[in-house]
Design a protein around this ligand. Structure first.
Ligand code: ATP
Ligand code: DNN
Ligand code: MG
Length: 218
């Protein structure tokens, strides 16, 4: 059992779907400390729930795609923006010291956005990961551009002394891009999750079993 942080080369790369896959594959719990883009810290009445059905949080997606336990977000902010800005617009002051991983030794922790997304204007996610010293899995694409995105993310993490467990790829097969990132990045290639035409618990777990090896995780 272990704890892993899932970060990415950017937002929308597939961290949540990968997290759901890993939680189901390994039987781990899930935590998204900072969620933006949902009706969060404002009372639902203030939002007018009837007019604005709440969009899914990442934890909602995890529940749908993996039958695992999710811990509550430390902050759930209304605007679909970078946490530092979403917090300002909600009149919330994020205290990075309050973002403390649960004492659960079978846990997937998802960041927000990419490696250097701001938690506040002074603290980036990579700084938080450095405080935690929990091994990080980088979610990366497989297409054109992913080599630089991935090597840049790895360099940002290593410059802060963040332990890197490996890279998990999301996208269509691209053997040379994947091998090149592993070689130049001196990083473990954990596997690849293709883009699934239908995203269900079963289709996700079938893809995880095909694309990953449990032996690469504690
Ligand atoms: N392997 C996949 N197969 C099919 N759809 C996928 C896959 N991975 C991601 N998606 C879709 O791509 C979109 C972005 O994925 P996801 O929400 O996991 O990104 P993210 O990196 O977690 O984003 P955020 O930075 O907002 O947390 C979603 O609509 C998701 O359903
Ligand atoms: C709203 C989005 N889906 C994510 N939750 C947060 C993305 C943060 C991006 C920060 C940046 O511009 O790099
Ligand atoms: Mg996500």
């Amino acid at each position: 059992m272990a704890r892993y942080v899932i970060t990415g080369t950017g937002t929308d790369i597939g961290k949540t779907v990968l997290s759901a896959g890993l939680c189901g594959f390994l039987g781990y719990d899930y935590w998204k400390p900072l969620q933006t883009g949902v009706a969060g810290n404002l009372p639902n009445a203030a939002i007018g729930k009837a007019q604005h059905p709440l969009p899914d949080t990442d934890a909602d997606v995890i529940t749908r795609l993996a039958a695992v336990r999710s811990y509550p977000e430390t902050w759930a902010l209304t605007q679909p923006l970078s946490p530092h800005r979403a917090a300002e617009l909600d009149g919330i002051s994020i205290d990075p010291d309050r973002i403390d991983p649960p004492a659960d030794d079978a846990l997937i922790i998802e960041g927000a956005g990419g490696v250097l997304a701001p938690v506040t204007r002074q603290v980036l996610f990579a700084d938080l990961f450095a405080r935690w010293q929990i091994p990080v899995i980088l979610a990366a694409g497989t297409g054109l551009g992913t080599i630089s995105y991935s090597l840049t993310a790895l360099e940002s993490l290593r410059a802060r002394g963040v332990p890197v467990h490996g890279v998990a790829f999301i996208g269509e097969d691209n053997p040379d891009n994947i091998a090149t990132i592993g070689q130049i990045g001196r990083v473990r290639v954990l596997g690849r999750l293709p883009i699934l035409p239908t995203l269900t618990r079963d289709s996700l777990q079938a893809a995880m079993a095909q694309g990953f090896d449990k032996g690469d995780f504690a």
